[in-house]
Design a protein. Structure first.
Length: 361
């Protein structure tokens, strides 16, 4: 078990592996020990058998949120937020020491959502920030940041905007902006960058969300907004079910493979019966070999019915359990992990489950 330094509560867990040293790092929020909400990073040098944990935030951030991390050759980059403040904590010695920086103070409530490394060792992060209270036509500000290799020097570029996401169904009590802004970043073998982001169609607040795709070509300055171009829609939630387009496509993730090859997953409730957003949820997978200009086939349902899990039914699970899921490409296999639940809260009487599956790309 990962040590939590005496904190009774932990959430928002993200894992990464240093591609040079093979060390494993896990970042998470920890709270309940003091009045602060802190960011902890655990490290394992033996593939998870033993761990050491360090608090990496402070003194600048005391009410932290939504950490995300990447690592390369003992350089570890952890982004997190507190309100409109965008923070970076960086280690250049494999997590032995850390330095915190305020890399952007903005007018948007910040949420780091994903990260990749380019061939030069620069760390790129996706940000799905909330404008104001995350309401209205321009509620979501989707940005990317680049932290120069082995430094804390960070530059931001705005990629897209989106309107407010829908509210959770009346039967479910959710956290702030749970169905709100979400995005993720990927890089392919050629160095092209991609961003999937959540939007509404036709850009009206609270309408059923969809998943969009933008990209920035290798050889251009991707810290300049003008070099990001809109590619098109990534989900196909109306391919089956989803009467009137009323289902929700949420929590998109993307991973890059060979040059031009990308794989995308998201959750939607197209199979809901009735379509009340509290049943019929599934994870869907789609792939492209030309950067998202076209897709190889209709999306494939990844999640499966399991009668041993009370939240699982033949048409899907009852509710997304946590707003984190993940995908990686290992050769010709896609590996995915996600959460299924009865509701937002979970607990002993409404247990959720974390599910893993691999399938050919």
């Amino acid at each position: 078990m990962v040590p939590r330094l005496g904190y009774p509560n932990v959430v928002d867990v993200v894992i990464t592996v240093d591609d040079v040293t093979d060390d494993v790092y896990v970042s998470f929020l920890a709270y309940g020990l003091t009045k602060d909400v802190d960011v902890l990073v655990a490290k394992s040098t033996d593939f998870g058998t033993t761990w050491t944990t360090t608090k990496v935030n402070g003194p600048l951030c005391t009410a932290c949120d939504h950490p995300w991390l990447v690592a390369h050759d003992d350089n570890v980059y952890v982004m997190y937020a507190s309100g409109e403040d965008h923070f970076l904590s960086r280690s250049d010695d494999g997590g032995a020491t850390w330095n915190e920086s305020l890399v952007l103070e903005d007018t948007h409530v910040a949420f780091p959502e994903g990260a990749v490394l380019d061939a030069a060792g620069n760390a790129w992060f996706a940000w799905g920030d909330c404008f104001g209270s995350c309401t209205g036509k321009t509620a979501a500000i989707y940005q990317v940041s680049r932290t120069a290799a082995e430094t804390s020097e960070t530059t931001f570029a705005r990629v897209a905007e989106g309107s407010a996401g829908p509210h959770c169904p009346p039967s479910v009590s959710c956290g702030f902006a749970y169905f709100g802004p979400q995005d993720d970043i990927a890089i392919d073998a050629a160095g092209n960058l991609y961003l999937v982001w959540q939007d509404d169609l036709p850009r009206k607040p609270g309408r059923p969300p969809i998943v969009q795709l933008s990209s920035c070509s290798v050889g251009t300055d991707c810290t300049s907004s003008t070099n990001w171009r809109y590619v098109g829609r990534a989900d196909d939630k109306t391919a089956s079910g989803c009467a009137g387009g009323g289902c929700y496509a949420l929590f998109p993730r993307i991973e890059g493979g060979a040059a031009g090859k990308i794989s995308v997953i998201w959750m939607d409730d197209r199979l809901g019966a009735p379509l009340d957003h509290n049943n019929g949820w599934n994870v869907w997978y789609r792939t492209s070999s030309n950067g998202g200009r076209s897709w190889t086939e209709s999306s494939v349902r990844v999640s499966q019915f399991d009668p041993a899990r009370s939240e699982s039914h033949e048409n899907g699970f009852e509710f997304p359990y946590g707003d984190y899921q993940g995908i990686d490409l290992l050769g010709e296999q896609a590996v995915m992990v996600w959460g299924e639940g009865h509701n937002y809260v979970g607990g002993p009487t409404n247990p959720g489950h974390v599910i893993y599956r691999s399938m050919p790309t």
